[in-house]
Design a protein around this ligand. Structure first.
Ligand code: XLS
Ligand code: NI
Ligand code: NI
Length: 435
């Protein structure tokens, strides 16, 4: 029986680029084949439970703007109603995946044992809904940043009892993810960092975080969870400094603690911008190390400098991101999670649907442009030409050589390099032909 929350909004269909129907896809055509895979298989869209169903519309200057029948979110009956509405939306959008934090789906009980009971109960309920609607779980995760117990960090907390609570919480969320057939498990450490170095022992906090992540990996193998373990870089917010600053920092951390073959990265567009990078930079860094796991797709407001988690609407940006993803062989067990929320004035059920339609369409356009560029091969050809000098045996041999022998060669052969154009504008013009 329908909750009625979405009124008469029917399943969203693909109507093509000429359609003016705001409740239809213009570009996302799930079954359309691109480079040997359907769009649905490439993009693997997921809806984020927290932004669409748990967030109440507050900001630092004002409280709740969304009035939903499942508020306040402190009761199991209303948690089930929230799940009913969520699955109605997954069905309307035909979204293949969703993602959750424990705190999004179960009511907070204030202690671990009761949290565990409500998590078990709600995930049983959600499991039945997944079977009925056909939506799958892209990833589960633990919210270890909202409740006041986490204010000084989770695995990096100076209080070992918080470390213990965090370990138990992650175990419960991994169990729940495994039970629901989740394809990945994510750790984003919003409070794993510091507010001030004056009270922070950074070295020991990092060691605790490294040990914690090793326990997570051990537990994954113990229960036979086949999904990927992913960490999500972000430079700051809510903490002043987050240890998982960006992709490169995470990779260094994973290597230091022996996790480079066990853990991959969940990269978020807005976090890349906060770290002073482009999204494609973060994807290229992860891909070059074989550590690309999944993506959180959103955009920031480029004027405010906050992690505003808006739905993507910039096709050229999205196209370059998918270009690097396709080049790296695709998302594998990862997907495109809309870690994005409607604005707090967008209070209608229709806004929730329209925002996802727009995001899915923008990603579809980006993917199509990316595939066209890759199939045309212009960028790859230019790249090959730029590095062609390194094909020669002499150049390759230099990497096995040493400074003194190279110096001899420079002197003997009178090596005196002639600068060549980087052709940046020509390449930018090329990209513009596709987006
Ligand atoms: C916050 C993060 C968060 C993670 C999951 O900025 O993006 O939503 O994706 O904990
Ligand atoms: Ni984020
Ligand atoms: Ni995220």
């Amino acid at each position: 029986m329908s909750t009625g929350f979405f009124g008469d909004i029917a399943q969203i269909k693909y109507e093509g680029a000429d359609s003016t129907n705001p409740m239809a896809f213009q570009h996302y055509n799930a079954d359309e084949v691109i480079m040997g895979k359907t769009m649905a298989e490439h993009l693997r869209f997921a809806v984020a439970y927290w932004h669409s169903f748990a967030w109440e519309g507050g900001d630092p200057f004002g409280g709740q703007t969304f009035v939903r029948p499942w508020h306040p979110q402190d009761d199991m009956g209303r948690a089930k109603m929230k799940a009913d509405v969520a699955f109605e939306m997954f069905d309307i959008l035909n979204a293949p995946y969703f993602c959750w934090h424990d705190a999004d789906i179960r009511p907070e009980q204030g202690n671990f044992a009761d949290n565990l009971n409500t998590l078990n109960e709600i995930t049983d309920y959600i499991g039945e809904k997944m079977d009925a609607v056909g939506t799958k779980l892209l990833w589960g995760t633990a919210n270890m940043f909202s409740h006041r117990r986490w204010m000084g960090g989770a695995s990096t907390n100076p209080d070992p009892d918080v470390f213990a609570f965090a370990a138990a919480t992650v175990k419960s969320c991994m169990d729940a993810t495994h039970k629901l057939g989740g394809e990945n498990y994510v750790l984003w450490g919003g409070r794993e960092g510091y507010e001030t170095l004056l009270n922070t022992d950074m070295g020991s906090e990092l060691d605790h975080m490294g040990r914690f992540l090793n326990m997570v990996v051990d537990y994954k193998h113990k229960i036979g969870f086949k999904g990927a373990i992913l960490v999500e870089p972000k430079p700051q917010e809510p903490s002043k400094h987050q240890y998982d600053y960006d992709a490169a920092t995470c990779i260094g951390f994973l290597r230091k603690y022996g996790l480079e073959n066990e853990v991959k990265l969940n990269l978020e567009q807005g976090h890349a911008i906060l770290a002073g990078h482009s999204f494609e930079h973060e994807i290229a860094v992860a891909a070059s190390e074989g550590m690309l796991g999944s993506i959180d797709m959103n955009r920031n407001d480029y004027q405010s400098g906050w992690d505003t988690d808006q739905f993507p609407n910039n096709v050229p940006e999205v196209a370059l991101a998918y270009y690097h993803i396709l080049k790296a062989g695709g998302l594998n067990s990862g997907g495109t999670n809309f870690d994005a929320k409607v604005r707090r004035q967008s209070i209608d059920a229709e806004d929730l649907i329209a925002s996802h339609i727009g995001g899915m369409d923008v990603c579809a356009r980006g993917l199509k442009a990316a595939a066209a560029m890759l199939e045309d091969g212009g960028l790859e050809e230019a790249l090959k030409a730029r590095y062609a000098g390194w094909e020669s045996a002499e150049a390759k041999g230099m990497l096995e050589s040493d400074l003194a022998s190279i110096t001899d060669r420079v002197l003997n052969e009178g090596i005196n390099p002639e600068p060549k154009s980087g052709r940046q504008e020509i390449l930018e013009n090329y990209v513009n032909r596709f987006v």
